[in-house]
Design a protein around this ligand. Structure first.
Ligand code: SF4
Length: 262
């Protein structure tokens, strides 16, 4: 009988593949859209940390309009970068980081920002290369490798991490960092891109952080959390149907009624 392949992974590869299929039937398939090249994706990834997609897109657009090329950004004063990316938030932190990262890429890569050589490396080496850059953790490295370079690197964001824990794919104590390695090993390389988009869409639309919509969920039959959430929904519904009496009315006692403390 097929068994999960690693500690912390609670489901077999084939049951994960089945759920990817169900989610893709509902939300996919997803077109592989042309993305930014890897160096631009690095900058975009830094800009998108701790802010909305809208704000990070605005900041990236302003940055490129102001400087034209990433080489020019790398040579610019931090204060000018900061001014350009202000709409994205945390500009004081992100501006020096962008300059530092671009400087480091140029230094490590013989003066070039062309990172297409990463495609030729084994996946773990490509990840390690990116992760030596400040501010590039496993999620950012996964996004850059998967979306820009078409490599089967897993990028686990907050939605995917939550959904995988609720669905019992990974154990409750598995860290987000570890989840990258476990899921990368469990999902077929050809399915990594579709997995990412299917799970993130499911987390945003149905398996939301607050009040997951379990009755609308296509993977509910496999989900060990469904009963708990449905019980909570039913308990909430009882409270709404029978709201507690307002203070004062509830405390009123008749001569025949027992004290609430008895
Ligand atoms: S059944 Fe509920 S908790 Fe489980 S994956 Fe679906 S929405 Fe999420």
């Amino acid at each position: 009988m097929e068994q999960p392949v690693a500690d912390g992974l609670l489901r077999t590869n084939s049951s994960i593949a089945r759920d990817i299929g169900l989610l893709l039937d509902r939300y996919g398939p997803f077109e592989e859209e042309p993305r930014l090249d890897a160096a631009h994706e690095i900058v975009f990834t830094i800009l998108s940390q701790h802010t909305s997609d809208l704000n990070s897109s605005r900041a990236f657009k302003r940055l490129m309009e102001r400087f034209g090329t990433l080489e020019a950004v790398a040579a610019a004063d931090v204060s000018d970068i900061e001014e350009a990316i202000t709409p994205g938030g945390l500009a004081k932190v992100k501006a020096p980081r962008i300059k530092e990262v671009l400087g480091m890429v140029l230094e490590l890569n013989g003066g070039s920002l062309d990172l297409s050589f990463l495609r030729e490396l084994p996946l773990n080496e490509a990840k390690a290369w990116l992760r030596q850059l400040p501010g590039i953790g496993p999620k950012s490295a996964g996004i850059i490798l998967n979306f820009s370079l078409g490599m089967p690197a897993m990028a686990i964001d907050t939605h995917i991490y939550r959904v995988c824990k609720r669905m019992g794919i990974i154990g409750p104590k598995v860290s987000a960092d570890r989840a990258h390695d476990l899921l990368e090993a469990a999902v077929e390389p050809d399915s990594v891109y579709q997995f990412h988009l299917a799970f993130i869409t499911h987390g945003r639309q149905v398996c939301k952080a607050q009040r997951p919509r379990c009755p609308d969920c296509v993977v509910a039959a496999d989900c060990p959390s469904r009963d708990q959430f449905q019980a909570e929904e039913e308990a909430d519904a009882v409270v709404v149907t029978n709201p507690a009496p307002k203070r004062g009315k509830r405390a009123r006692q008749t001569p025949h009624s027992p004290s609430p403390r008895q």
